[in-house]
Write a new protein. Structure first.
Length: 305
């Protein structure tokens, strides 16, 4: 008997036969779109908007085609969606590291429709839990609005996401600030404190061991005591966020160049987009200090939309 899934599910199927059969196994609002149709089409916008679960298979697409998909449908526009990515480990280098990174679940593509249904049911349960947390968050954000200054100490990516969402509630462009703060904080943790290079991160993502490597390094004696300090201040209609990590720093200037291209685009370029995104879309001012282990981002409340 088909399970009733009273939810909106977006399916980007490609040549995956099991995905094409999915609507035979579930009742619900299951909508299909080919990867080719994702390239800036109205159908793609309608498909993704409001989707609680997105299950996708991008195998067979070139990096250029995947890039055209990633750009208009960034995590910013899919905020809250559960994203299931199907791929083959022996062809992992065909998938952009950024696609793997943004997915909430990454699994081998050789799944039967029944197994895909189980994945979707688990993703929907996660989505519901996050929705409940967001409702509680509204009450908490009322309290945080009274904060004029504060210092936060963190060391894990999930802590970065939590504090970024909380402080972003103070800004008129909440989604942009949450995205920018998350990128800067996670950069400080991963590339600063844990010493992972951009190219190394790309390799770890492709091999499906990224999250495990983060956990291993967080427990390692060389890294377990390192912290990221976030100092927040609100004064004179300006929000300021100062982030300091304990890393060796990096050449931040090349990531701020308007036409930055790295020697390895599939790695450095896409991870470096986080810094450019924060500078161009999320804050009015972004400055790195010292060797690059300090960054100050500010937002003028009187001029932001």
């Amino acid at each position: 008997m088909k399970p009733e899934l009273h939810s909106k599910i977006a399916v980007i199927a490609g040549d995956n036969k099991a995905l094409h059969k999915l609507n035979q196994f579930v009742h619900g609002d299951v909508r299909f779109c080919s990867p080719a149709e994702m390239n800036g089409s109205n159908k793609a916008s309608q498909l993704l908007e409001g989707s609680e679960v997105i299950i996708a298979d991008f195998m067979g697409l070139s990096h250029e085609q995947q890039t055209r998909i990633v750009e208009p449908y960034s995590l910013q526009s899919l905020n809250g969606s559960e994203i299931i990515l199907l791929y083959s480990k022996d062809q992992a280098d065909e998938v952009l590291p950024e696609l793997i990174e943004k997915a909430t679940t990454v699994v081998e593509r050789n799944k039967k429709p029944e197994q895909l249904v189980e994945l979707i049911e688990n993703a929907l349960a996660n989505f519901q839990r996050k929705s409940e947390l967001r409702e509680n968050y509204q009450t908490v954000s009322l309290g945080i609005s009274l904060l004029e200054q504060g210092t936060f100490v963190l060391r894990k990516p999930e802590e970065a996401k939590a504090i970024a969402s909380l402080l972003a509630s103070l800004a008129p462009n909440k989604d942009d600030v949450a995205l920018g703060l998350t990128e800067l904080l996670i950069n400080a943790i991963e590339h600063g404190n844990l010493g992972i290079s951009y190219s190394e991160k790309g390799e770890l993502l492709k091999n499906g061991v990224w999250h495990q490597e983060i956990e291993n390094r967080l427990q390692h004696k060389n890294f377990k005591n390192k912290r990221v300090i976030l100092e927040f201040a609100s004064k004179d209609q300006t929000l300021e966020f100062k982030i300091t990590d304990e890393g060796k720093g990096f050449d931040f200037n090349k990531y701020l160049e308007p036409k930055f291209k790295s020697d390895n685009e599939s790695h450095d370029y896409f991870h470096g987009r986080g810094i450019k995104l924060a500078k161009q879309l999320c804050f009015d001012n972004l400055q790195f200090q010292g060797c690059g282990n300090i960054v100050v981002a500010s937002l003028e409340l009187g001029t932001s939309e």
